[in-house]
Design a protein. Structure first.
Length: 251
């Protein structure tokens, strides 16, 4: 089992596939996702990797977390999360993940905190149909109706669907398709919408209900601490003018 990643939701855009069909995608940026700690069976009782993402000012970081990041020799992170992994999938502390950790066409599960909508009524919060617009109903067209019973048991049961706070909940969307990966810019484009507002952080992991592609990098795609990012290769379009100039010089 491989580790997941922490990514920043940048927003949504669209592409057109080979058939000319419009495909909405969500852009996710890795934003310096690094390994900040390891959890081992002997010391912690389970095996996992702790990852951090996003830059945070040291003055705004608690002293305990400053020491934690200093021990790992990484910059303070805005978000920290753990991912359970196999023992052979442990990665050294300080390694920074690249976007090609996931493959185009792969299925992933994405977890985020939904957009908060404040206090909402029962119709908006629970999709109730509401009461009649006529036949004696007045004032209560959008009310949720009865909340209890008669004298026995004479109470409102816990969990009753009523008006209240909507959103700001942890939600996981399963089997999201990775549309495209841009390793040079650290971007992962997934098909459709994912939970969370723009600028929020989400957790991406391999889909639990779909088999992992055989060519997926194991234990993952990453750069070791202190290793520079690979320079992007020149495209054939950039090489074409140079080839034409050399041909003219030969003539």
């Amino acid at each position: 089992m491989r580790t997941g990643l922490i990514a920043k939701k940048m927003g949504m855009t669209r592409f057109f596939d080979e058939a000319g069909q419009h495909v909405p995608v969500t852009v996710l940026s890795l934003d310096g996702c690094q390994v900040t700690a390891q959890r081992t069976k002997d010391r912690d009782g389970y095996v996992a990797l702790q990852l951090g993402a996003g830059a945070k000012k040291p003055k705004n970081t608690p002293n305990a977390m400053r020491g934690h990041f200093a021990k790992a020799q990484v910059e303070p992170k805005r978000v920290v999360a753990e991912f359970r992994v196999d023992e052979d999938s442990l990665i050294d502390v300080g390694a920074e993940f690249t976007a090609d950790h996931f493959l185009a066409g792969q299925k992933v599960d994405i977890q985020g905190i939904t957009v908060g909508k404040g206090f909402a009524g029962a119709m908006k919060r629970w999709n109730f149909g509401g009461m009649r617009a006529t036949h004696g109903v007045s004032v209560s067209h959008r009310a949720h109706g009865s909340t209890g019973q008669r004298q026995d048991p004479g109470k409102t049961f816990a969990g009753k669907k009523m008006a209240g706070h909507l959103g700001q909940e942890t939600v996981t969307t399963l089997n999201v398709t990775v549309w495209k990966v841009d390793a040079d810019r650290g971007l992962i484009l997934v098909k459709g919408a994912v939970p969370g507002s723009e600028g929020s952080y989400v957790k991406i992991r391999d889909a639990v209900k779909v088999a992992l592609p055989e060519d997926a990098p194991k234990p993952g795609a990453f750069r070791k601490a202190g290793q520079e990012a690979a320079a992007p290769a020149e495209t054939p379009a950039e090489e074409a003018p140079a080839a034409e100039a050399s041909a003219e010089g030969a003539e």
